[in-house]
Every structure is written in C-alpha cells, then in structure tokens.
Ligand binder design. Sequence first.
Ligand SMILES: Nc1ncnc2c1ncn2[C@@H]1O[C@H](COP(=O)(O)OP(=O)(O)OP(=O)(O)O)[C@@H](O)[C@H]1O
Length: 238
Amino acid sequence: MAEIVLETEGLTKRFGGVVASDNVDFILKARELRCLIGPNGAGKSTFFKCVTGLHTPTEGKVFMRGQDTTGWHPHEIAALGVGIKTQVPNVMDALSVFENIWMAARRFMPTREANTKTSDIIDRLRLGPIAKADLGRLAHGERQRVELGLVAVADPWLVLLDEPAAGMSAEDVERMSEIIHELTRTAAVVIVEHDMQFIRSIASTVTVFHQGALLMEDHVDKVMSDPVVRNVYLGKNA
Ligand SMILES: Nc1ncnc2c1ncn2[C@@H]1O[C@H](COP(=O)(O)OP(=O)(O)OP(=O)(O)O)[C@@H](O)[C@H]1O
C-alpha cells in the first residue's frame, strides 16, 4: 500500500468569527497528484497555508510522512524534503535561469553536485533554450517554470504549489501540466488552482472545498459533471 505523505486531521483555522478552514480531514499518498478547487473564499489558500506553515491552525493536526508538523515554520517543513511554491517567489531578476537554480541547489549540496543538479533540472523542466537568460527578461510562463525548478532542485517527495498556472497562456499551461506530471515520477503533488483548463489537462483527483470544509473528492471528470459542483461551486467557469 502506498505510503501516506500528507495527512490532516480536523484541520481548523478561524479568523475571528470566520471559520476559514473547517475540520478538514485530508489524505495524500506517495506520488499522488491532487488539485484543490472551489469558489472564491472556499478555504483553499487557508488550508494550503496551514499545511505549509504560513498559518498556525487553530485546531487539528498536520502530518507529513507520519511526522507531526503542526505549527512548524515553512523552512522547517522544507528541510523535511517538501517543496513549496507560493505566489511570492524567492528569485533574483538580475541573475540567469542557471544561476537562480544553482543558488537554490547550493543550499542543499556542495558546489560540484549543485552544478550537475542544476543541469539536470534544466533538462527535466526543458529550460535549456533560456538557461543563460536573465530571469528579469523572461515571459511570465517561463518564470513560473523556473520557480518550479527552484522547488524541484531539492528532490522533494512532496510538492505544494499555489496557483502555478495563474496568468499563463494556453501553451504555457500545457507545458506546465507536462512538467507537473514529470514531477510525479518522484513526488506527490498538491496544487491549489483556479484554471479549469489546467485542472482538466492534469486530469487527477480533485478535492473540492466549500465554506472551509471538504465538499467532494473524486476524479476531475466526475466532479465536473456533478450537478451540485457545476451549478453551485464552479458556476460559469466550468
Ligand atoms: N488573514 C485572514 N484574515 C481574515 N479572514 C481571512 C484571512 N484569510 C482568509 N480569510 C477568510 O477566510 C475565508 C477563506 O479564504 P481563503 O483565502 O482560504 O479562500 P480561497 O478558497 O483560497 O479563495 P480564493 O480562491 O479567492 O483565493 C474567506 O472568507 C476569507 O475572507
């Protein structure tokens, strides 16, 4: 049986009277790919932030590979082998793609190994043609791929991505979906996402949030054709 890499038990976060995450029980197994979806304000980001250490849950627990990580800081979680891509990237525009990825690699390994690892990531994420370009000169979709490279460099067994396809062209979305599939060869991946085209192209199990709680969890096709989800929670975007 596949190992459980991420589990939450009764995960609850309150902001004053608002229950932003409501008693969420969630399980993700090794190399699974899961999208978290739901309408605006459904609690996806709050759940993501409680898991990645950006918020401390009011109640409940988070376990990663069985280790209780509730209330841990993001850097402590990253040190376990978890790759986190938030919407606030930690990159340097004046450095090249290679240099940015190399700097991330160097945090985890000696220089020579970092050189090899950076080349490997550049191949895996198909960044070869832009490896020497300064990050500040890249198009949005290319930047997003580089940011994924920074996450992949540490060989994570769990990758947590917040809206990786936001603002991308259809072509970029397709490429991002290929890359995410490639990541699942070695890691479980959780993605908070709004982009329905991207979610369909990934065609994984989706977890639907509503009013902070889990509403439904099933294959994307089943969820998309569910009348409650379609009419009430996905609305015209479906
Ligand atoms: N820091 C905060 N302080 C107060 N209320 C918050 C805070 N963060 C989120 N909330 C509230 O918690 C609820 C869930 O918000 P959350 O951002 O988690 O939803 P979401 O599903 O990620 O929405 P979106 O798709 O718009 O990003 C909302 O009612 C929101 O207003």
